[in-house]
Design a protein around this ligand. Structure first.
Ligand code: ASP
Ligand code: CP
Length: 307
């Protein structure tokens, strides 16, 4: 088993499948009255969050607690980071406290790689800048597999603000490792030139959402990340929504079995219409629940558990 999960590229097909299978076993726990396993008793997991988060932070905390680990939640707001303390000095402080695993979300791409050089424990990337969000890709793959029964040969469209999306990057890497066929869809300004080839040569690009929908098993909508935009990438929110928003009329163009995903948080009414987000084809709430199981599997396996 790998020691760190910094990128979806750290996972070969066998390791990724082991994590998904283990997540399935963890999910079975969620239905029990007592949801705890004693597996990580005496181990310490630190959640180190330098950027806002709802789902990822809460689900890593729930995951570690369900495995009986001691959990320390650190958020940069309210810490000595505001006094100018560096990531390295913060890491050395955690190291002195004996962290077995550090889960990090940071605005700088590559922060988890730096951190891994400074701490002895496992490092798990919970989202670094516009780079990667590998546990999101794992929970997404888990959701697709449990809804559609397989990943190999699955046709997945990832739609919208690909440029700023660490979710898109990690999903392309993981899904192609597991045999899915990914198409990136969005306005040309929000799809970096050559990204498809750089991440995986089999990945396709389209600028026309309507034409790809009938061929997809999964349509994953991405949030338009205005907080990361310094320039204007499209004429207006209305125009974006008209061309790339998933509304009911567009959803009807998808095959009947196809599902709609979104990592959250959503801009309802922009990239996704509320009726679509709340429809029976949407897996958005399921993705959040699966996030706890996927993160339990990651912590369990990285910290030395067996399948
Ligand atoms: N929550 C995801 C992330 O942190 C996606 C998003 O924010 O749009 O990358
Ligand atoms: N999907 C996701 O990472 O959500 P948060 O930003 O709320 O953690």
């Amino acid at each position: 088993m790998i020691k760190h999960l910094r990128s979806a590229a750290d996972l070969d097909a066998a390791t990724a499948t082991l994590i998904l299978d283990t997540a399935g076993e963890m999910a079975a726990l969620a239905g029990r009255e007592v949801k705890k396993l004693p597996t990580l008793r005496g181990r310490t997991v630190v959640n180190l969050f330098y950027e806002d988060s709802t789902r990822t932070r809460i689900s890593f905390e729930a995951a570690a607690k369900r495995l009986s680990a001691d959990v320390i939640n650190f958020s940069a707001k309210g810490s000595s980071v505001s006094k100018g303390e560096s990531l390295k000095d913060t890491a050395l402080t955690l190291q002195a406290m004996g962290a077995d695993a550090v889960v990090i979300r940071h605005p700088a791409s590559g922060a988890p790689h730096r951190l891994a050089a400074w701490v002895d424990g496992s490092v798990v990337n919970a989202g670094d800048g516009t780079h990667e969000h590998p546990t999101q890709a794992l929970l997404d793959a888990y959701t697709m597999r449990s809804r559609l029964g397989r990943l190999d040969g699955l046709r997945v469209a990832i739609v919208g603000d690909v440029l700023h999306s660490r979710v898109a990057r990690s999903n392309v890497l993981l899904l192609t490792t597991l045999g899915a066929q990914v198409t990136l869809v969005g306005p040309p300004t929000l799809i970096p030139v050559d990204i498809a080839a750089a991440l995986s040569p089999s990945t396709k690009v389209s600028y026309d959402l309507d034409s790809v929908l009938p061929d997809m098993d999964v349509v994953m909508m991405l949030r338009v990340q205005t907080e990361r935009m310094q320039d204007s990438y499209f004429p207006s929110a209305r125009e974006y929504s008209r061309r790339y928003g998933l509304d009911l009329a567009r959803m009807r163009k998808m095959p009947e079995h196809a599902i709609v995903m979104h990592p959250g948080p959503m801009n309802r009414g922009m990239e996704i219409a509320p009726e679509v987000a709340d429809s029976s084809r949407s897996t958005i709430v399921e993705q959040v629940a699966n996030g706890v199981s996927a993160r339990m599997a990651v912590l369990y396996l990285l910290l030395g558990g067996k399948a």
